[in-house]
Design a protein around this ligand. Structure first.
Ligand code: PBG
Length: 325
């Protein structure tokens, strides 16, 4: 029997050959660790729906960031959980607000070893749980929210955040914040635009992590999960507004969007492996239904393969250690 010359299995014959043929890398510095710090805590508190993830006290936050830096993680991203909330989210831009105090502490502790970045959104700080301020009819007021975001951006930059993650999905947020930062001399502060952020069920466990007050949903500002073109359009607009990096979120359910964004824009593209993606693998592993380590590595490699230059993941420190071992 004649046989075609094309024998694809030649490239899979041994670990050494497979190493040479591997198209996608996964490295510690390509990982970003999200961290939660909660005002008033003296001890960290476990998050039930995210086994292994905690709301941190200032002390445990510092220790956890040092561990991440020692493991070679590229960046830590901070979320703040305030003790008191109001309609304007006043805790977000108060210089002594929990997020800004924690940013100062981490910038001092690990700012030379990795990038210290902050989430820039109002939802953790508002008593209604929306990502912006509300108009009298109860809708989220885009342009009034931009005023609040501008103030937050300046507070975070002053606190020492090197990179602001604009996650609120308000129109014009990148251009508005870039102009305000530049006017105050913060020309080196990086902007990460959550460009294609979908209104996703996979954020479920995060709501517990930040004690979210939200009733209802975010469908008037976050994207419809059925829309790919619109996600790409968001990324194009954010790049044009001056975003240094754009993001797709969640990751695994939106790998097609991630690939198309990577092929379309010229800035780095990141992806956020969100709380529900984390919880699903942890729950299946806890039941013995899946090989935890193999599933985590495959999920991250797949997100990289789809086009992510870096990935936000709650497993960042674990994975960085595995990759180095
Ligand atoms: C809101 C925000 C959310 C997440 C990060 N920032 C939730 C939401 O938009 O409802 C989700 C992160 C995760 O699920 O891990 N600013």
């Amino acid at each position: 029997m004649t046989f075609p010359q094309t024998r694809l299995r030649r490239l899979r014959q041994s670990p050494a050959v497979r190493n040479l043929a591997r198209e996608t890398s996964l490295l510690p510095h390509q990982l970003v660790l999200p961290l939660f710090v909660r005002e008033g805590l003296t001890e960290p508190v476990d998050i039930g729906s995210m086994p292994g993830v905690r709301q941190h006290s200032m002390d445990s936050l510092r220790r956890t960031a040092v561990e991440a830096a020692e493991a070679g993680v590229g960046s830590v991203m901070l979320f703040g959980v305030p003790a008191v909330r109001d309609a304007q989210g006043s805790g977000a831009d108060a210089p002594d607000g929990i997020l800004n105090l924690a940013t100062e502490a981490l910038a001092a502790e690990v700012g030379d070893a990795l990038v210290v970045q902050t989430d820039l959104c109002l939802d953790e700080f508002t008593d209604h749980g929306h990502c912006g301020v509300l108009a009298s009819d109860g809708s989220v007021d885009n342009d009034a929210t931009l005023v609040r975001y501008t103030s937050m951006a300046l507070s975070q930059a002053r606190a020492g955040s090197q990179l602001l993650g604009l996650s609120g999905m308000m129109d014009g947020q990148v251009a508005t914040i870039r102009a305000a930062l530049d006017a105050e001399g913060f020309t080196d502060t990086l902007l990460l635009a959550y460009a294609a952020k979908y209104a996703s069920a996979f954020y479920g466990p995060f709501r517990e992590a930040v004690d979210s007050q939200l009733k209802g949903d975010r469908r008037t500002y976050q994207l419809d999960p059925g829309n790919r073109r619109e996600g790409v359009r968001e990324a194009v607009v954010d790049e044009a507004e001056g975003a240094d990096i754009v993001m797709v979120k969640p990751a695994m359910a939106f790998l097609d969007v991630l690939r198309e964004v990577r092929d379309t824009v010229h800035v780095p593209v990141w992806a956020y492996q969100v709380s529900g993606e984390y919880a699903m693998i942890e729950a299946a592993a806890a039941n013995g239904w899946i090989d935890r380590r193999a599933a985590i590595l495959e999920s991250l490699l797949s997100i990289r393969r789809a086009g992510a230059d870096a990935v936000l993941t709650y497993w960042a420190t674990d994975v960085a250690r595995w990759l180095r071992a």
